[in-house]
Design a protein around this ligand. Structure first.
Ligand SMILES: Cc1cc2nc3c(=O)[nH]c(=O)nc-3n(C[C@H](O)[C@H](O)[C@H](O)COP(=O)(O)O)c2cc1C
Length: 353
């Protein structure tokens, strides 16, 4: 079975499923926006598409149980403009992960990613996320189950470099070697440990020290694998510098908090024309999406909360934020609020020129 590539990609990479040597859908991961709970929902991702066509976007983590038993349209629905799009799954039961993967592939996701990095108590109680760094055999079984159920799209793993007392080189290599022996070809490595007791999830994104060198060592010693660097990358320059020699970089907080940085990604990373040439143009490009969603009953603030940071440190940035924060939360708020905020930015930009 051969799945055609949906969109032309500047640097298409060809992945082969081990079983049967099928050609899979190509997914380019030179630049990815990280999965972030409560942040990278569909409205955020649609907005990011006004800034970059080629970055690979990830959903928030969904548990396999939620995929199986939850409201599928609400949890899994996405717009076609969001491609290429990866669904991140969390779980520790291979049968459930397999079923969730089958559903995701049927819905048209371009990749499934397994979460082996989340340190929250809730996730630990479900015996998944970062605590699976201690169970490479189970991770390999989860990967095999997912890939077997969704053979036409790649299944990737996002992991840490270890947890608690683990020795990072041993823990990371053990996990990667077990999963790659089953055929997993792509690993996104958040280059710090998770400390499972004593730190909040937020602290676990900052406190354990970063070790980019270990990720580069992994690539050097396992050159056939695709290794994507994540964690603490401040901006595109930093990401490109630290991921040299690797297969890509994934940005989380920097991309969300400074979305304008995504305007540079298509040209600098993919050698392609960006969808918008300026912040203002990106908003104009995003407005039809907002109108469509308003017509479907989505409240305006559910969309504008993701665009608040677009004009940070720019003329009119404060007015943009103020108009949106004050007016988009009002009942029945319409897209005119966004236009009003944009007019403030245009005015301040002209005044500053
Ligand atoms: C608000 C928030 C929610 C997150 N949710 C997830 C998640 O659902 N799945 C996951 O693998 N990582 C999650 N992360 C971690 C990020 O994907 C990323 O690994 C981490 O923030 C480090 O990258 P950064 O320094 O570029 O932000 C989350 C991070 C943030 C800030």
């Amino acid at each position: 079975m051969c799945v055609p590539v949906v969109e032309p990609r500047a640097l298409a990479c060809s992945l082969k499923a081990r079983a049967g040597g099928w050609k899979m859908k190509d997914v380019e991961r030179l630049f990815c926006v990280a999965p972030m709970m409560d942040w990278t929902d569909r409205h955020c991702r649609a907005f990011h598409r006004a800034l970059t066509r080629h970055a690979l976007l990830y959903t928030e983590m969904l548990t396999a149980d939620a995929v199986l038993h939850g409201d599928r349209e609400r949890l899994l629905g996405f717009s076609q403009i969001e491609h290429p799009l990866a669904l991140q799954l969390g779980g520790s039961d291979p049968a459930k992960i397999a079923e969730a993967s089958r559903i995701a592939a049927a819905l048209g996701y371009d990749e499934i990613n397994l979460n082996i990095g989340c340190p929250s108590d809730r996730v630990q109680a479900g015996r998944f996320g970062a605590c699976l760094m201690r169970e490479p055999d189970l991770v390999a079984a989860l990967w095999t189950a997912a890939q077997g159920a969704a053979p036409a799209i790649p299944v990737t793993i996002k992991c840490r470099i270890g947890v608690d007392e683990q020795e990072p080189r041993e823990a990371l290599f053990a996990l990667v070697d077990k999963a790659s022996a089953e055929g997993c070809g792509t690993f996104i490595v958040h280059a710090r440990k998770a400390w499972l007791s004593g730190l909040s999830p937020k602290e676990n994104r900052d406190v354990p020290p970063l070790d980019y060198d270990l990720v580069r060592t992994l690539k050097r010693e396992r050159p056939d694998l695709k290794i994507i660097l994540n964690g603490g990358l401040r901006d595109l320059d930093h990401a490109l510098a630290e991921s040299a020699g690797l297969d890509g970089a994934m940005l989380g907080r920097a991309a969300y908090q400074n979305p304008a940085s995504l305007l540079e990604v298509d040209a600098r990373v993919f050698g392609a024309t960006p969808p918008s040439t300026s912040r203002i143009e990106a908003v104009e490009r995003h407005i039809p999406y907002i109108e469509t969603m308003l017509a479907r009953g989505v409240p305006l603030h559910a969309m504008t909360r993701h665009i608040l940071g677009l004009f940070n440190a720019q003329p009119g940035g404060r007015a943009w934020r103020r108009v949106l924060s004050e007016q988009a939360v009002r009942a029945g708020a319409e897209v005119q609020v966004v236009r009003t905020a944009l007019a403030q930015v245009s005015l301040r930009t002209q005044q500053a020129a």
